[in-house]
Design a protein around this ligand. Structure first.
Ligand SMILES: Cc1cc2nc3c(=O)[nH]c(=O)nc-3n(C[C@H](O)[C@H](O)[C@H](O)COP(=O)(O)OP(=O)(O)OC[C@H]3O[C@@H](n4cnc5c(N)ncnc54)[C@H](O)[C@@H]3O)c2cc1C
Length: 326
């Protein structure tokens, strides 16, 4: 079994103090749904092995990302604390963001200066809204990328007469309907290239359309936004629509960290994986959830909790199986 080390900042100097361990060091980056599930499952599956698991996340509070549209309409969510969930698992939690991965040396650098050494890395950094493709989107459109931005969006809703939600996928639909339901005086427009809910069956789509009619959500279908301005959007038709607040939900990208660290990724920054979810470029790294480009015969798995959670469970089991054979 590989005998890795953990390098931590010395309290008295900028040098690193090396803690040698005869254990297999597993580092999990990201504590969304998939990072959390992979960690807890790994802790359980490897409890009889000489394994040490470290979980890294910038916040101590667990972010329920699929409820971001509720924060964006001013609702309070349950305060779920990651250390509390990890109680009794033996997992070390580090509140920090990973800033660099050195896959050759098997090290991760954190924004607090710590360097973690790993034998196995689980990459579960999720994804963020892709605002780079359309001019003005990064500067003038809002996203649900963090609870903080969602909360700031909510604070501006009361003063907005018009809100445009760009993107007719599930995030756009959920956001548009939630805003229309909670802020009845606001004109909410949902812009999408395809019919909203195009991926749903006929009955579900009919239900969705009735709900949007009841809530007064205006739909503009078959058009794209070509530019986002501070208080308007431009469409492919040439129209300029007033929009006091524009919420961007059209597509996601994985964080740049993997690509910047020389790990093979797809065009959305997600790690290219083999059938066991190991990075094709670096088999010591497993990728799960939105940050993994998992190919199936019908194409790439779309990032959702529903598809991400099985990848986390699978990776945890695959790692435990590998350790058993070592
Ligand atoms: C409004 C909305 C509604 C949705 N509704 C649904 C739904 O109904 N059903 C469904 O299946 N899916 C839904 N989704 C999609 C779902 O939320 C994602 O697919 C899911 O969160 C992906 O899980 P994940 O663990 O891969 O990543 P995430 O949940 O995004 O977690 C990633 C974690 O990594 C952390 N992180 C990021 N960078 C770093 C770093 N450098 N170092 C350390 N940690 C880092 C983040 O802080 C975060 O905690 C919705 C998404 C949104 C935005």
């Amino acid at each position: 079994m590989h005998a890795p080390t953990c390098l931590m900042p010395d309290s008295d100097s900028t040098d690193f103090r090396e803690i040698t361990m005869n254990t297999h060091q597993i580092v999990v980056l990201g504590t969304g749904y998939t990072g959390m599930l992979a960690t807890v499952r790994l802790a359980h599956r490897t409890r009889r092995f000489p394994v040490r698991i470290t979980l890294v996340n910038p916040s101590e509070r667990f972010t329920e990302r699929l409820r971001s549209h509720q924060i964006a309409t001013g609702q309070q969510l349950a305060d779920l604390r990651i250390p509390a969930v990890l109680t009794g698992t033996g997992v070390d939690f580090r509140r920090a963001a990973a800033t660099a991965i050195d896959p050759a040396a098997r090290r991760v650098t954190l924004d607090d200066g710590t360097v973690l050494s790993y034998a196995t890395l689980v990459y579960a950094l999720g994804s963020n809204t892709d605002t780079v493709r359309v001019p003005g989107a990064a500067d003038h459109a809002w996203t649900l990328n963090t609870p903080r931005t969602a909360h700031r969006f909510a604070q501006r809703l009361d003063a907005a007469a018009t809100v445009t939600v760009v993107g007719g996928g599930l995030t756009g639909i959920e956001s548009a309907t939630e805003i229309a339901e909670r802020h009845r005086g606001v004109v909410v427009t949902l812009i999408s290239t395809d019919e909203p809910g195009a991926m749903m069956g006929d009955r579900a789509r009919a239900y969705l359309n009735r709900a949007m009619d009841r809530l007064g959500v205006v739909r503009r279908t078959g058009v794209r936004v070509t530019k986002v301005l501070p208080d308007a959007i431009e469409l492919t038709t040439g129209e300029v629509l007033p929009s006091h607040l524009t919420l961007w939900t059209a597509g996601v990208r994985a964080p740049e960290l993997a690509t910047a660290s020389g790990i093979a990724t797809d065009e959305q920054g997600a790690i290219l994986t083999d059938p066991t979810l190991r990075a094709i470029s670096h088999p010591d790294i497993y990728a799960v959830g939105d940050a993994a480009a998992v190919r199936q015969p019908w194409g790439r798995i779309h990032g959702t909790c529903q598809s991400g959670i099985p990848t986390a469970a699978y990776a945890a089991d695959a790692i435990a199986r590998r350790l058993r054979r070592m």
